[in-house]
Design a protein around this ligand. Structure first.
Ligand SMILES: C[S@@+](CC[C@H](N)C(=O)[O-])C[C@H]1O[C@@H](n2cnc3c(N)ncnc32)[C@H](O)[C@@H]1O
Length: 214
């Protein structure tokens, strides 16, 4: 399900700051060479993540789900000088190309890139975060949330992608609930009910859930 008319989406993209040469390259090379390129955040969402980062000015960022590095590069844009973005992905096949993109962005010293299962890696990272971006296996969203919430600084943010799951969260599609959709329904409710945060579910692209720790 597309949430916005294609012409309006095009118009919005035309009136949004461009991606920049490296991000355009990452986007294009991912579409040419990597499986499931739809997973990449893309122009509009990438600019939104960068805008959030400029607004938050994070010192420490955690990203769960690097893929080809597009969103990491966007999130690093607003990071404070000397800040660190920690990003985790279990797909070791993308490692060399992603490290190459981070180096091209001049981010090799400010991005710590971990290869492995996020459930194993997160407890090993000794930091507290101003911004966490959850964008990996949706079935574990609630677990990731529980693992990071105490490591998010007061006033810090957790952003989760794909929370509308192509519209499958709607009641009318719930007769045959697959496990990812069930997990996302539980996750969205959990965050909404959590008194430690205030949240907004933004119907942008596939749905972004933004929570601010009180
Ligand atoms: C939607 S993509 C991330 C897209 C990226 N954040 C972007 O916007 O360009 C999801 C990524 O999560 C990774 N992933 C899935 N399950 C994981 C897990 N349990 N631990 C670490 N990475 C995982 C996949 O290998 C994939 O690269």
């Amino acid at each position: 399900m597309e949430f916005i008319d294609e012409e309006l989406l095009n118009y919005s993209e035309e009136h949004t700051s461009p991606e920049g040469a490296l991000l355009r390259k990452v986007n294009r090379q991912t579409h040419l060479n990597v499986l499931k390129p739809r997973m990449l955040s893309g122009h509009l969402q990438g600019r939104l993540l960068a805008m959030f980062s400029h607004m938050i000015r994070p010192n420490q960022i955690l990203e769960i789900g690097t893929y080809t590095g597009y969103s990491a590069i966007c999130l690093a844009e607003g990071m404070q000088a000397g800040g660190i973005l920690h990003t985790i992905d279990k797909n070791e096949e993308l490692e060399d190309v992603v490290r190459g993109y981070f180096a091209e962005a001049g981010l090799q010293d400010s991005i710590k890139y971990y290869i492995g299962h996020a459930l194993d890696i997160i407890p090993t990272i000794e930091a507290t975060f101003d911004l966490v971006f959850i964008d990996a296996d949706k079935i574990n969203n609630a677990l990731y949330y529980d693992m990071v919430i105490d490591k998010v600084n007061q006033g810090g943010y957790i952003i989760a992608d794909n929370v509308l799951w192509s519209g499958k969260v709607l009641e009318k599609y719930r007769k045959k609930l697959d496990e990812d959709t069930a997990a996302l329904l539980a996750f969205n409710k959990k965050v909404h009910d959590d008194e430690r945060v205030e949240n907004i579910l933004m119907p942008i692209r596939d749905g972004l859930l933004v929570a601010r720790k009180l």
